[in-house]
Design a protein around this ligand. Structure first.
Ligand code: UFG
Length: 328
């Protein structure tokens, strides 16, 4: 059985679906602080907090866990700047607990949900895995601390891990059964779709004086189904006894500016709405684009939905379903 921490959240729920479709038994562990129980439509579910070591031990006693996919974390960069302690406790300390209990029960494989935030403001793009790790906010710092911990556990305690550094996760399940549902929402695409559906009056661009073609930030948007597929491939990679711990970037290798994302959302939804320009949001790098050649080569990972319109289309289908009360 595969344990999925944070499996009631956005990315974890998509991996839960894919693993079940691929013949794996899953156990979702989530404290539902951010996750949604209704997103756990496959496998078993336990409402447990990773900070509660005794509860965690009883989960490992009860279920035959062969590997762990670890998503449970807070993920708002802005909030991490306001409340850093929360991030070090939830993202780092709780992962330490998890690794301790895994070690106690002889569970030796883990796939970790890491982030492009580790690179901070990159010196060159596209970004390779060996670029300097210099996070500029507590969120990225907490994830880097976990990567360092994983490396130690791998070097000295026989743990095998794969750390997957996502760029901008976007889109939704193509069958529209699950999707993004953050509360409060801070991510660009769902906020733009809120404007399209009439939940907000307008969308604000945070800064148009960046060093990019149109002055707005450029990001590499990667479909959540492609992320899910990379996790499945990472699990299969760790099932091979001779494969070592490893780290992979996950992105499409192409960047879209905030303006391009907004225009694509207008095109896909067929709705026009007001676009305002505000000052910069703290801690936003100009450009983040992945070099994911390593994942393509070693994991044989090939994104199926690299087209931004396809990504927005699936996000829009889900957004309409989630907000059906806004549709006249
Ligand atoms: N943006 C706007 N207006 C908005 C919301 C966002 O202009 O209302 C801009 C942001 O300033 C940024 C871009 O849209 O330039 C994308 O912002 P998101 O919040 O959607 O995503 P981020 O790039 O900030 O964050 C993502 C993940 C984080 C991760 C980070 C790595 O959500 O978890 O990438 O850099 F840490």
């Amino acid at each position: 059985m595969i344990l999925i921490t944070g499996g009631a959240g956005y990315i974890g729920s998509h991996i839960n679906k894919l693993l079940n479709k691929s013949g794996y038994d899953t156990l979702v562990l989530d404290n539902l602080v951010k996750g949604h129980e209704e997103a756990v439509k496959w496998g078993k579910f336990v409402n447990v907090d990773l900070g509660d070591e005794n509860e965690l031990k009883s989960v490992f006693e009860t279920y035959d866990i062969e590997a762990v996919m670890h998503f449970a974390a807070f993920s708002s960069v802005a909030e991490s700047v306001q409340e850093p302690e929360k991030y070090f406790k939830n993202n780092y300390e709780n992962t330490r607990n998890l690794l301790k209990v895994m070690n106690e029960f002889g569970v030796k494989r883990i796939i970790f949900s890491s982030t492009a935030a580790l690179y901070g403001i990159p010196e060159t793009v596209p970004i390779k895995e060996d670029a300097p790790l210099q996070p500029i906010n507590p969120y990225g710092e907490s994830k880097l601390m976990v990567e360092n911990l994983l490396k130690d556990e791998s070097d000295f305690r026989g743990l095998k891990y794969v750390s997957l550094r996502y760029f901008n996760a976007a889109g939704a399940d193509i069958d529209c059964e699950i999707g993004e549902n953050h509360n409060p929402e801070s991510h660009l695409i769902p906020l733009v779709l809120d404007a399209a559906i009439g939940k907000r009056d307008s969308i604000s661009i945070f800064g148009d004086d960046y060093n990019t073609d149109d002055g707005t930030c450029v990001r590499d948007y990667i479909h959540v189904e492609d992320l899910a597929d990379a996790h499945l491939k990472a699990l299969q990679y760790l099932e091979e006894p001779f494969n070592d711990s490893n780290v992979f970037n996950l992105g499409n290798g192409s960047g879209f500016s905030v303006r391009e994302v907004i225009d694509t959302c207008k095109k896909v939804t067929g709705v026009d709405f007001e676009v305002k320009t505000e000052g910069r949001r703290e801690g936003d790098p100009d450009i983040l684009i992945a070099d994911a050649a390593k994942a393509r080569e070693i994991l044989k990972w090939e994104p199926k939905y690299p087209d931004l319109e396809d990504i927005v289309e699936t996000a829009w289908n889900w957004h309409k379903k989630l907000n059906s009360n806004y549709i006249a």
